[in-house]
Write a protein that binds this ligand. Structure first.
Ligand SMILES: [Zn+2]
Length: 148
């Protein structure tokens, strides 16, 4: 079983649908082919993917878990990152910077990203890749329709 097989075997159909819609395009061509085979095996056609996303029963769940606001999965990844985004903090940011350089203290913050759809819940350093959604969507639709 390849790494991606293993990773995706953990996802339910709804999570897989969100993954296909939002993350497939971020993988290299080779991996995309592997992922598409998995989608095919699990019967996730373009139509089914849209349906699953529409129906997502997790959106009605109320529990204590932290969930992704887009796909409602609780497969959330948390990384402690060195806080480097001081410039956007205004005068407070400058204060932190001055304090840090005087005391050699490093601030750590949580970077929180959804493992299923790639949604950034917390982005302390503004590292979220900026992308053109329209372009991305049209590339994706072209790909899954098999039009080159
Ligand atoms: Zn998500």
């Amino acid at each position: 079983m390849s790494k991606i097989d293993k990773y995706l075997s953990d996802f339910d159909d709804y999570e897989l649908a969100f993954f296909a819609k939002y993350k497939l395009d971020t993988y290299l061509k080779n991996s995309q082919e592997k992922i598409k085979k998995i989608l095919f095996k699990r019967g996730l056609t373009e139509y089914r993917i849209e349906k699953l996303i529409e129906e997502n029963p997790k959106s009605k769940l109320i529990d204590e878990k932290e969930r992704c606001p887009r796909c409602y999965s609780d497969k959330i990844r948390r990384d402690k990152v060195k806080y480097t985004n001081e410039s956007s903090g205004g005068s407070f940011g400058i204060l932190i910077k001055a304090y840090n350089s005087n005391n050699e203290k490093v601030t750590y913050k949580n970077e929180v990203i959804c493992n299923v759809c790639g949604f950034w819940l917390k982005d302390p350093n503004n590292e979220k890749p900026k992308m053109n959604i329209t372009r991305l969507m049209s590339t994706f639709l072209t790909k899954i329709r098999g039009i080159k």
